[in-house]
Design a protein around this ligand. Structure first.
Ligand code: ADP
Ligand code: MG
Length: 394
C-alpha cells in the first residue's frame, strides 16, 4: 500500500482532475483578497501542463449550502488563476452537468478547466455516489492537492477515487505528508511541541498522541488557563473550560508518568477583556478577579524561547494569546521568532491562526514547513487516517 506522487503518474495527453484548495477569502466586492492558496497550487498545475496533461481543476469555496449561490462563484478565482498562469481558464457553469461535460470534453492538451464550486451540489459534502461518478467521468487520472480538506470524506476527496483508474497526490500534498510524517517517525531530539489557541477540546487529541513522542510540551493561550485552574490557580475572568478540568488533570498526570516535561505559563498579561487597550503582567496562578489572562507574560516567553532554542524538532499549533490585538501579541510573536531562530531544527507550524501569526511576524521563510491545513494537520498528528489520503492508496 502506498500513494503515488504526480511525478510518478502517466498524465501526458490525459485529463488530469486535480482537487485543489481554492477556498480563498474574498473582499465584500467579491475579489480575491488573499491569493496564497491559488499560488500554492501553481507548482502542481504547472507540472501537469508541462507534462502535456489536460487539466481539470475542482475546489469548494465557502459554505454555499448545497445549491448555486453567486456570492460563492469561483469566477474571481478563475480570473486570478488566469493572471497567475498566463493561460486561459475555462470556468464551467455548474460543478457537474451538460455544460461542464462539454467544457471538459472540448479541452485541448495543456489547457485548464475549472469546475464551478463543488459545494453548489449537495452531493459533494454527502460524498454521494452519483456525484462522485459524475466528477470521475471528467478524469482519466485523479490527483489530490488539497490537504486542508483531506480530513473530510467528500465526493471530490474520497468518493471519486473509486471510479478512476490512476490516482495520486500533488506536490503540495506530498510536502505535507513528508513533513508531518517526519514528526510521527524517528526525530532528532529534543522534540518540543508548543500548543496554544482557544480550546483544550480542539487539541487534546493531538496532545495525547504527542505525549509518547515529544520531550517537552509548552502550553500557552486560552488552553493554558484550563490547565492552570486544574492545578489550583485563580484565573479571574480568563477563558476557562470548566468541563475540561478533569481532562487537564489526567493529562498532566499522564505526562508526568511518561516523563514529558510540561511547561505552563508562570506569568501572564492580563486585561479587562480582549478589546482592552493595555494589559498588566501578573502571576499566572493569581489573576485578579476583574481581569482575564490574554497572553503569556515576558518571563514565560523567555522560558519558552530558551526551550525552543534547544530543540532539534519543533511542532507549533495555536497562538499564545489574543495576538490579533497589539497589547496581547508579544508572547505569540516571541514564540514565532524563537521557532524561526532555532538553528538547524526541523520546525513545523500548523493552524490557521498560528500560520497568520508567523506571517505577521515576518519569519515565515525561516520555518521548515508551514502546513496549509489546520484541522487536517491536527488529525494527521493525532495518528488518525485521513480519508483523503486513505482514498489515494493503491
Ligand atoms: P489555530 O487556528 O492556530 O489552530 P486556534 O483557532 O485554536 O488556533 O486559536 C486561536 C484563537 O485563540 C485566536 O483567535 C486567539 O485570539 C485566541 N486566544 C488565544 N489565547 C487566548 C486567551 N488567553 N484568551 C482568549 N482567547 C485567546
Ligand atoms: Mg483558528
Amino acid at each position: 500500500m502506498g500513494i503515488k506522487t504526480i511525478s510518478e503518474l502517466d498524465i501526458a495527453g490525459r485529463r488530469v482532475f486535480i482537487r485543489v484548495d481554492f477556498n480563498v477569502p474574498l473582499t465584500p466586492e467579491g475579489k480575491v483578497s488573499d491569493d496564497t492558496r491559488i499560488r500554492e497550487s501553481l507548482p502542481t498545475i504547472k507540472l501537469a501542463i508541462e507534462k502535456g496533461a489536460r487539466v481539470v481543476l475542482a475546489s469548494h469555496l465557502g459554505r454555499p449550502k448545497g445549491k448555486p449561490d453567486k456570492k460563492y462563484s469561483l469566477e474571481p478565482v478563475a480570473a486570478r488563476l488566469a493572471e497567475l498562469t498566463g493561460e486561459e481558464v475555462a470556468l464551467t457553469d455548474e460543478p457537474v452537468g451538460d455544460g461542464a461535460r462539454k467544457v471538459v470534453s472540448d479541452l485541448p492538451a495543456k489547457a485548464i478547466a475549472l469546475l464551478e464550486n463543488l459545494r453548489f451540489s449537495p452531493g459533494e459534502e454527502a460524498n454521494d455516489e452519483a456525484f462522485s461518478r459524475a466528477l470521475a467521468s471528467y478524469a482519466d487520472v485523479y490527483v489530490n492537492d488539497a490537504f486542508g480538506t483531506a480530513h473530510r470524506a467528500h465526493a471530490s476527496t474520497a468518493g471519486i477515487t473509486k471510479f478512476v483508474g490512476d490516482k495520486g497526490m500533488g506536490l503540495l500534498m506530498e510536502r505535507e505528508v513528508k513533513f508531518l510524517g517526519k514528526l510521527l517517525g524517528d526525530v532528532e531530539r529534543p522534540f518540543v511541541a508548543i500548543i496554544g489557541g482557544a480550546k483544550v477540546s480542539d487539541k487534546i487529541g493531538v496532545l495525547d498522541n504527542l505525549l509518547g513522542r515529544v520531550d517537552q510540551i509548552l502550553i500557552g493561550g486560552a488552553m493554558a488557563n484550563t490547565f492552570l485552574k486544574a492545578k489550583g490557580g485563580q484565573l479571574g475572568r480568563s477563558l476557562v473550560e470548566e468541563d475540561k478540568l478533569a481532562l487537564a488533570r489526567s493529562f498532566l498526570k499522564k505526562a508526568e508518568e511518561s516523563s514529558v516535561d510540561v511547561l505552563l505559563p508562570r506569568d501572564v498579561v492580563a486585561g479587562a477583556g480582549i478589546k482592552a487597550e493595555s494589559g498588566r503582567v501578573v502571576q499566572a496562578m493569581l489573576v485578579p478577579e476583574d481581569l482575564a489572562a490574554l497572553d503569556i507574560g515576558p518571563e514565560t516567553a523567555r522560558g519558552f524561547a530558551d526551550a525552543i532554542a534547544r530543540a532539534k524538532t519543533i511542532f507549533w499549533n495555536g497562538p499564545m494569546g489574543v495576538f490579533e490585538s497589539a497589547p496581547f501579541a508579544s508572547g505569540t510573536l516571541a514564540v514565532a521568532r524563537a521557532v524561526a531562530g532555532a538553528a538547524g531544527a526541523l520546525s513545523v507550524v500548523g493552524g490557521g491562526d498560528s500560520v497568520a501569526a508567523v506571517q505577521q511576524s515576518g519569519v515565515a521563510d525561516k520555518i521548515t514547513h508551514i502546513s496549509t491545513g489546520g484541522g487536517a494537520s491536527l488529525e494527521f498528528l493525532e495518528g488518525k487516517k485521513l480519508p483523503g489520503l486513505a482514498a489515494l492508496e493503491s
